[in-house]
Write a protein that binds this ligand. Structure first.
Ligand code: NAD
Ligand code: LMR
Length: 344
């Protein structure tokens, strides 16, 4: 657990890029580790990105954040990860219109092996790694494969953005604030095959009484089959393809929501999730028959600073089919990066 008052070293890669810029100010203001934990920021960039990261560092200084202990900008991974307690691995190319995230495998995969090795060599014993750069699940797998001395459970990838999107879409359809939705899950890959699952979700009424979401949706749509049709035809594709929708509308991939989700992910990991679970991509321990070691999204709770996959959830046959397809995609990505020699 992190002691109040003890400065924590947080390394952000790709700190000169869009998401890096969006997250740095929130990290420095205490949104990541709370109002009592000073932060030392290490900003890692490639040489072409250094000026942009240096500019962000100047602006961070201008904010006079009380919690910001120090900022260092570097293009040396060994320096960036030396003593790191938390590493947010953002630096990598984003996809453009018409691309799938998996199309970035060859271009981005090569970034994560050396960074895993640098983490292995110098990070603090309590290092926690959150991979944001796409394809995030498999990049986390690559980084972990190069860090044999760091427990595999410390390498995670971001599916919190998908989780938050699912909660947002559900709340919108049910006409309630997001605070009244609980128990949503994302399974599988952070890709178009991901599986947003509301079968264990609940929604609170105005008296604070919780009801199963499938029942509530059946009321809203007039029948359970009509609700199923909405889930399969609108909700799941909307959430799973939201990244592409943002690219189409904005002209480039999500930034503010991605930075916010990465901060939610690490904050919950460190501080705990409480009663509700969230969604995290982490190395499978074989739960739900996902092959061991594959970095797949699961419903999870953080307790005592560690993620625990929620056990014992019943999976409907339709959801199982989707999970199988997403896991098959992860297996194919793993085999592709192994063939490229990226798993060491
Ligand atoms: P960006 O192009 O604005 O910034 C990327 C930065 O990474 C650039 O400044 C670049 O110089 C730097 N970089 C490249 N290689 C690096 C390396 N080896 N070490 C350190 N820095 C390096 O991109 P962005 O919009 O910030 O997106 C970054 C990544 O995050 C992309 O891969 C994008 O697809 C991904 N992303 C993931 C999620 C998610 O939910 N998992 C959400 C949004 C975006
Ligand atoms: C997202 O989900 O918004 C990101 O992974 C960016 C992308 O390429 O979709």
């Amino acid at each position: 657990m992190i002691e109040s008052g003890e400065p924590q070293t947080i390394t952000v890669t790709g700190a000169g890029g869009q998401i890096g810029y969006a997250m740095l100010f929130r990290i420095a203001s205490g949104a990541l580790l709370g109002p009592d934990v000073p932060v030392r920021l290490r900003l890692l960039e490639i040489p072409q990105g250094l000026r942009s990261a240096q500019g962000a560092a100047l602006e961070l200084g201008d904010c006079a954040f009380g919690l910001l202990d120090s900022i260092e900008v570097t293009d040396d991974p060994a320096r960036a990860f030396d003593g790191a307690n938390i590493a947010l691995l953002v630096g990598s190319r984003p996809r453009g219109p018409g691309m799938e995230r998996g199309d970035l495998l060859a271009a981005n995969g090569a970034i994560f092996g050396p960074q895993g090795a640098a983490l292995n060599a110098g990070a603090a014993d309590d290092i926690r790694v959150a991979v944001v750069g796409n394809p995030a699940n498999t990049n986390a797998l690559i980084a972990a494969a190069h860090a044999p001395d760091i427990p595999g459970e410390r390498f995670t990838a971001l599916t919190r953005l998908d989780h938050n999107r699912a909660v947002g879409q559900l709340a919108l359809r049910l006409g309630v604030p997001v605070s009244r939705i609980s128990g949503v899950s994302i399974w599988g890959n952070h890709s178009a095959t991901q599986v947003p699952d509301i079968n264990h979700a609940t929604v609170a009424d105005e008296h604070g009484v919780w009801h199963p979401v499938p029942e509530r949706l059946a009321e809203v749509f007039g029948s359970a089959p009509a609700a199923e049709q909405w889930l399969a035809g609108e909700f799941i594709p909307r959430v799973a393809k939201r990244g592409a929708e943002i690219i189409e509308v904005r002209g480039s991939s999500s930034v503010g929501s991605a930075a916010a989700a990465a901060i939610d992910h690490v904050r919950d990991w460190v501080a705990g999730t409480g009663a509700d679970h969230t969604s995290v991509a982490l190395a499978s321990d074989g739960s739900y028959a996902v092959p061991q070691g594959l970095v797949s999204s699961f419903p999870a709770r953080s307790v005592g600073g560690q993620w625990h996959i929620v056990q014992g959830l019943s999976i409907t046959p339709a959801v199982q089919l989707r999970i199988d397809a997403s896991v098959a995609e992860l297996v194919a990505e793993r085999d592709a990066v192994a063939a490229l020699g990226l798993l060491g």
